[in-house]
Write a protein that binds this ligand. Structure first.
Ligand SMILES: Nc1ncnc2c1ncn2[C@@H]1O[C@H](COP(=O)(O)OP(=O)(O)OP(=O)(O)O)[C@@H](O)[C@H]1O
Ligand SMILES: [Mg+2]
Length: 357
């Protein structure tokens, strides 16, 4: 029962299973920095992943298998993430003298007190934290419970691709690690309140970090697919043609005013609204910096539109800004996709005991 947050043994591949694509990233340590060893992305058919749930296991597994064929990485150990919305975490206190296996047994017996789901439907893991400040002889223990289906589907899809799932992380923790890397790569400060907006194809997830530690996450159904859809209907293009046109910018002169500008306005309103949600549920009413991540973060002019509308410093994530890139990696593609690789970066950097990163 206590095995869903598996621990790492060798060098890890980060695999991010999104709604529009699966992405594989391998980093290696180089001096005090990192090098991009392998990167590949494969588009997913529509409906294969819906709102962070795998709906078509075979389709996702097949594309993951293609990632393996494309990259020939040699490593088969993978870190993958489940969304925070699928996980409940809770900190409890237990006697500090207990061994890990005693702790595991006691949690197994008492789990129903802490977890509001039928126990046969959840996977549970725990991690020892610091000693209790209030009660002598007690230690704080972080419990994490995830619906089994969320874990199993990912493990099964990776298995079809020939990969072993070594680490199942929670998205917000992977983003924390990616943000530490980003600060290093882009000379940013992690101090204060930072909102990382991961604008994917169909979902936008906002992660708020305080001094680099995750304090808030919320998902919204909105993303870059809107832009692709407008282009398709406005210019009679297929979905693949529209995606290629978004990246190349080869569209009729009316594109900027008629399609791109309204999309940017709408996206800015959506992102501003998700910040308002955060403010209304917290003691904060301002953020120090916005980091745009996800594929749609590369939308031309988005960062400056956001910065102006929200009067907040806004940057587009480039987690590879100072990294060496292997000659095997397609640099042009990596450049376009850099912002969408925050999750994969955080996963590729997953440490041994996953929970606190
Ligand atoms: N240069 C670009 N400019 C604007 N949008 C882009 C660019 N490159 C990619 N995109 C958009 O990014 C989106 C894909 O982003 P991403 O890969 O982060 O999504 P995902 O993780 O698969 O999806 P989700 O997070 O919704 O599950 C697509 O809508 C695509 O059109
Ligand atoms: Mg995504």
């Amino acid at each position: 029962m206590l095995d869903f947050l598996k621990k790492k043994s060798t060098s890890l591949l980060g695999i991010d299973i999104g709604s529009s694509s699966v992405k594989l990233l391998e980093l290696s340590k180089q001096g005090d920095g990192y090098k991009v060893e392998h990167y590949a992305v494969r588009p997913l058919p529509e409906g294969a992943v819906v709102e962070k749930n795998i709906a078509n296991l075979e389709a996702v597994g097949e594309e993951i298998l293609k990632l393996a064929t494309l990259t020939k990485t040699g490593s088969s150990h993978v870190a993958v993430a489940v969304p925070g919305s699928a996980v409940i975490t809770k900190t409890i206190e237990m006697s500090a003298d207990l061994s890990d296996s005693e702790m595991e047994n006691q949690i197994a017996v008492e789990a129903d007190q802490y977890i509001p789901y039928p126990l046969d439907e959840v996977a549970i893991d725990f991690e020892r934290q610091q000693l209790s400040a209030k009660n002598e002889g007690m230690v704080e223990v972080l419990l994490a419970a995830c619906k089994k289906e969320n874990v199993d589907m990912r493990v099964d899809a990776l298995d079809i691709g020939g990969f072993n799932t070594e680490v199942v992380d929670i998205e917000a923790y992977a983003i924390e690690r990616a943000f530490r890397l980003l600060c290093d790569q882009m000379d940013l400060s992690s101090a204060g309140i930072v909102a990382i907006m991961d604008v994917g194809a169909t979902m936008t997830t906002i992660y708020v970090l305080r001094n680099g530690v995750s304090i808030y996450t919320r998902e919204q159904i909105f993303g870059g697919a809107r832009l692709s859809n407008s282009i398709q209907s406005q210019y009679g293009l297929s979905s693949a043609e529209a995606e290629a046109a978004i990246i190349s910018g080869e569209l009729p002169p009316s594109y900027e005013a008629e399609v791109l500008e309204p999309f940017k306005q709408e996206l800015t309103e959506q992102l501003s609204r998700s910040l308002q949600f955060f403010f209304s549920s917290s003691q904060y009413n301002d953020v120090d910096m916005i980091v745009l991540a996800g594929g749609a973060a590369s939308t031309k002019g988005l960062a400056s539109t956001m910065q102006e509308a929200l009067s907040t410093r806004t940057v587009v994530a480039n987690p590879f800004a100072k990294m060496n890139i292997s000659s095997k990696v397609n640099k042009a593609q990596l450049k376009n996709d850099a912002a969408s690789l925050m999750m994969a970066c955080g996963l590729a950097l997953a440490p041994r005991g996953f929970i606190n990163g």
